[in-house]
Design a protein around this ligand. Structure first.
Ligand code: ATP
Length: 235
């Protein structure tokens, strides 16, 4: 379990995130500027918050980003064009590409997990957009960190590919028992992957429910107003 009780101040933005997140996938929803990305940056160690950040009862707060049990996939996680697919994954383990034989096996294993082992020697220019995103996921997998943070990583993909990637994230989360937190501005993505859903407003967690609450038409819930607004802003 990931236990968060973190305060963070930035000019007029005063965040205080309080939430406990179980293993599995959880989508962070909220309007623009409400503080979804800030929460991921605090968890990942890219911003420094104050308070409590425990994973399996161990504090992560004093750890620098690279020592946290966390991998992050941002939208701009591009592949290096001068490196092969295999090297692009290997760089997740060693920036100088000096790998032990056990690490080499792990790179091949990660490529197999995303079903692109056959592309190991290919350069990124020869990949489709979806394949390139799969490689970015292999780079995350190879590091074997139990927490995965995704900040709208698929928003540039077309809807079909995006759905494919969401299923891959869901599958990877289940197969490797990850705690995955995914920022999205589309409630439909939360419904698609299932798991939990969190609503962020003004730097606070104002609701934390099972994702199927989004589809519930009868009972008004904490998400009702947000869903109404997000529907009118996309129509
Ligand atoms: N280090 C920082 N630098 C600049 N602005 C910051 C920083 N930390 C927080 N903010 C401010 O915090 C608020 C929340 O931003 P954040 O990016 O977390 O929102 P968001 O919900 O992810 O928005 P979006 O959906 O548009 O990405 C914004 O007002 C932002 O300007």
């Amino acid at each position: 379990m990931l236990k968060v009780d973190l305060k963070y101040d930035w000019e007029r933005f005063h965040a205080h995130y309080q939430v406990q997140i179980d293993q599995g996938i959880t989508t962070l929803l909220g309007a623009s500027g409400e503080g979804k990305s800030t929460l991921l940056h605090l968890l990942g160690g890219f911003l420094q918050g104050h308070g409590v950040l425990d994973y399996q009862a161990q504090s992560l707060l004093a750890l620098p980003a690279y020592k946290r049990p966390i991998s992050t996939l941002f939208q701009s996680d591009n592949l290096f064009p001068q490196l092969t697919v295999w090297q692009n994954v290997a760089i997740g383990l060693s920036p100088h590409l000096r790998l032990s034989s056990e690490q080499c096996e792990r790179v091949t294993w990660a490529l197999e997990q995303i079903q692109l082992a056959s592309k190991a020697d290919v350069y990124p220019q020869a990949l489709s957009g979806g394949q390139a995103q799969r490689i970015a996921i292999a780079r995350v997998l190879v590091r074997k960190k139990p927490i995965l943070l995704l900040d709208e990583p698929f928003s540039a993909l077309d809807p079909v590919l995006r759905e494919e990637m969401l299923f891959l994230v869901k599958q990877v989360t289940e197969s490797f028992s990850l705690t995955t937190l995914m920022v999205s501005h589309l409630p439909s993505e939360a419904s698609l992957v299932g798991g939990g859903v969190i609503l962020i407003e003004q730097g606070r967690v104002v609701a934390h429910e099972a994702a199927d609450v989004l589809a519930s038409k009868q009972t008004p819930n904490a998400f009702t107003q947000y869903l109404g607004e997000s529907k009118s802003s996309t129509s």
